[in-house]
Design a protein around this ligand. Structure first.
Ligand SMILES: [Fe+2]
Length: 351
């Protein structure tokens, strides 16, 4: 075990000791492989050094996923900014990025799933687009879609809000509630999105439909047209669920994020009103779970790391309890299966 300044940390190094914040909260656990986003996190919390094990490295595959994720972020940032400036949509860059995501999801969706949900308020728009794309492609894969369809779905998902580039910034960035008139303007992003995509050579009608229909609701009360049920393109129905789920699980200026199981409950409650109930079930089973390694706080005050995602009973994972918020320390970590302990539930994600 050696002490390494955070400025010299490299992705792939393995943490030899837990990293705590000054108030005692755990930021990272020993055994974690360092990733670029962990280094950013350590810098953010002014942690100066950590302890790492020598000679250990993270599997290369995991680092590749992180690179694809970072590239997708940069691509969508560049595409959205240039369309806002009136330039052409860079179809080639979008297709390349989405093809990479589709290939990675086909290879191993679970590694990718651990990368989603790291948005902060400043980069929300761009990472939201990337996360919606990943959630949609994973859902499409579980629906048995072909690679060609997954790519089309992914392109539509990553560009679903492209029409917002034509919404005046004073409406788009308004911190408070929108007036009725402003909301009317905001709703036009679906039509603008359809227009931008239809006028871009190399993007097809189905991609344009996703941008146009992602705010339509299952019961016909959505916009811009008020389509219902199977009138809404299947790809748009997938993206709608991903869009709602991702928005619910993000911290925004005006609200604290929902936990995966809370967002799943919301979706289940409103499926058959807002969204396609069958796709929602599949979505929840495969997306709304706590990835292995998440540090969670339980209603009992116990703190633990998720051992197994328990994907098929998605919202009740198996936990290794390592600490308590208050009371005596935990000297010997122990396992707790939330499926077998129905009165215990997760109340916060700490890391
Ligand atoms: Fe939208």
């Amino acid at each position: 075990m050696i002490k390494v300044p955070v400025s010299e940390l490299k992705p792939g190094m393995k943490l030899a000791k837990d990293v705590h914040l000054e108030d005692g909260r755990i930021l990272l656990l020993s055994g974690f492989a360092v990733k670029q986003r962990y280094i950013r996190k350590l810098e953010l919390f002014n942690i100066e050094h950590v302890y790492i094990e020598e000679g250990e490295a993270v599997p290369l595959e995991e680092l590749r996923e992180e690179k694809v994720y970072a590239e997708a972020f940069n691509t969508i940032k560049h595409v959205l900014s240039s369309v806002r400036e009136g330039k052409e949509l860079d179809v080639h860059a979008v297709k390349e990025t989405v093809s990479d995501i589709v290939q990675r999801v086909i290879n191993n969706e679970s590694v990718f799933m651990q990368l989603t949900g790291i948005r902060d308020i400043d980069n929300y728009t761009f990472l939201h687009s990337v996360d919606v794309c990943i959630y949609s492609v994973v859902t499409g894969k579980n629906l048995g879609l072909s690679k060609t369809d997954l790519t089309e779905l992914g392109i539509g998902a990553i560009l679903h809000d492209i029409g917002k580039c034509k919404i005046p910034l004073e409406v788009l960035m308004k911190p408070g509630r929108l007036t009725e008139d402003e909301f009317h303007v905001m709703k036009l992003h679906t039509i603008y999105g359809h227009e931008i995509i239809s006028n871009t050579p190399g993007l097809n009608k189905r991609v344009a439909n996703i941008a146009c229909q992602h705010h339509e609701k299952w019961d016909g009360t959505g916009y811009p047209v008020g389509l219902s049920n199977y009138q809404i393109d299947k790809f748009a129905r997938i993206v709608t669920i991903a869009d709602i789920y991702d928005a619910l699980t993000a911290d925004r200026v005006y609200k604290k994020k929902d936990l995966p199981h809370e967002a799943a409950e919301y979706l289940m409650c409103y499926s058959s009103v807002l969204v396609d109930p069958e796709i929602t079930k599949l979505f929840i089973k495969n997306i709304a779970f706590y990835p292995a390694g998440s540090i969670v706080l339980l209603n009992t005050g116990e703190i633990g790391s998720v051992i197994e995602a328990n994907k098929h009973v998605s919202i009740r994972p198996k936990i290794r309890v390592i600490a308590r918020k208050e009371g005596p320390p935990v000297f010997e970590p122990y396992e707790l299966d939330l499926v077998k302990n129905p009165s215990i539930f997760i109340i916060d994600i700490l890391g």
